[in-house]
Design a protein around this ligand. Sequence first.
Ligand SMILES: [Ca+2]
Length: 209
Amino acid sequence: MKRILTIAGLLFGWLLALPALAQTVTLNFDDGTADSLVGGHYSAQGITFQDARWVNMGSGFPGMSGTMGINHATGGYQWGPSTPVIATFAQPASSVSVDGIDVGVQGLVITAFDAPTGGTQVATQQVFGTDVGVGQFYTVTVTGANIRRVEISQVTTGSGDGMLLDNFRVTFAAPAVVTPVPTLELGGLAGLVALIMLGTALQRKRTRN
Ligand SMILES: [Ca+2]
């Protein structure tokens, strides 16, 4: 019984620690395959992309983590608000940010909505660099109570200014528990709960006998 109580105590501490660990997801895109579509690669972390493609910038650009980022699947380094890179979330997010790399006169805009498709605009933020943006990078952030999708693009097109995206961060409004549960920690947790339940049942049976 003492051992069960010790395990239960450890489990309780673990549960208390879980939300803080799970709330913010950061993607640096360095685990991708250059020129492939991102799609559902990060869906287990609650984030699914549409029209995003991994790009490898060789030695990397100022503001990048590593050498890989993403751009638009068909537009490449230049794409406007009518054909954005889209990210949808498995549960409501309270904050979403991304770094725009090589941002110039065509700018960078991120807009948040409260539904995976359609819905109402929650927030939007945009920035502009100068000329074709060599060496210029900016973080844009949107916040709100119920962000289910963001659309990211340049603000305007047609000036010959390209950009790419890196370092995508999502803070989920509730602890990030996604189905199917992919992590060993949560798998182990379920096993531990089952073991404790089994132990308690056996204890009861023994007491009864
Ligand atoms: Ca990166």
